[in-house]
Write a protein that binds this ligand. Structure first.
Ligand SMILES: CC(C)(COP(=O)(O)OP(=O)(O)OC[C@H]1O[C@@H](n2cnc3c(N)ncnc32)[C@H](O)[C@@H]1OP(=O)(O)O)[C@@H](O)C(=O)NCCC(=O)NCCS
Length: 164
């Protein structure tokens, strides 16, 4: 949890994640029951071509949230690319204040700069909050994947956003 009150969106900045922030990402992922990435998973992701790792920070450099995703080769046409969101999370005490939207918009801006045509993600079928967030951002549920997650075992919804 952050120890700050009344954080305004004007006080926030979006910056690339670097290795000094990994502990913050693990803390927020843990708090919000995201699929657990190890520090090594994040370090490996830095090396991946097309990786997008953004962090929302307060004026006091406190991490408020993060998004991790990647632009992947996928389209039949060379100029068409797909992106995937692996994790997006806002500190539990700061959710519902529009901060997730700031991060999501920054991720989409990066996608648009790279001619991404669709964004894909998986989400636990019980995660109504995230599903509501994604649907309000134009994602559609295209498929379900049974037994996709462990602890607890659960299906994933595969969701897709068409950008162009
Ligand atoms: C999902 C998450 C990133 C959204 O971030 P947030 O800061 O809480 O969301 P915002 O306040 O920016 O909401 C943006 C919009 O999403 C939609 N939204 C947000 N929460 C919603 C909910 N519970 N139900 C339906 N729509 C919702 C609304 O349209 C909202 O806009 P509005 O406030 O103008 O109505 C955040 O709740 C979170 O970290 N959840 C835990 C981690 C997680 O489950 N991540 C997804 C893993 S796949």
């Amino acid at each position: 949890m952050t120890d700050q009150t009344d954080i305004n969106s004007e006080d926030l900045r979006i910056r690339p994640v670097d290795s000094s922030h990994i502990a913050d990402l693990i803390r927020i992922a843990d708090e919000t029951n995201l699929s657990a990435w190890t520090a090594q998973n994040y370090l490996d992701e830095f090396q991946m071509p097309g990786s997008i790792m953004l962090r929302l920070e307060s004026a006091l450099n406190v991490t408020i949230g993060f998004v991790v995703g990647r632009i992947v080769e996928g389209g039949v046409v060379e100029s068409e690319q797909q992106a995937e969101i692996y994790n997006i999370a806002i500190d539990k005490s700061e959710q519902g204040k529009g901060f997730g939207q700031l991060l999501f918009d920054a991720f989409i801006e990066k996608c648009n700069e790279q001619n991404v045509t669709s964004v894909w993600l998986e989400v636990r079928e019980s995660n109504e909050k995230a599903i509501g967030f994604y649907k309000s951002n134009g994602f559609e549920h295209v498929q379900s994947r049974n037994n996709f997650y462990d602890n607890p075992r659960e299906a994933a919804l595969l969701m897709k956003l068409v950008l162009k």
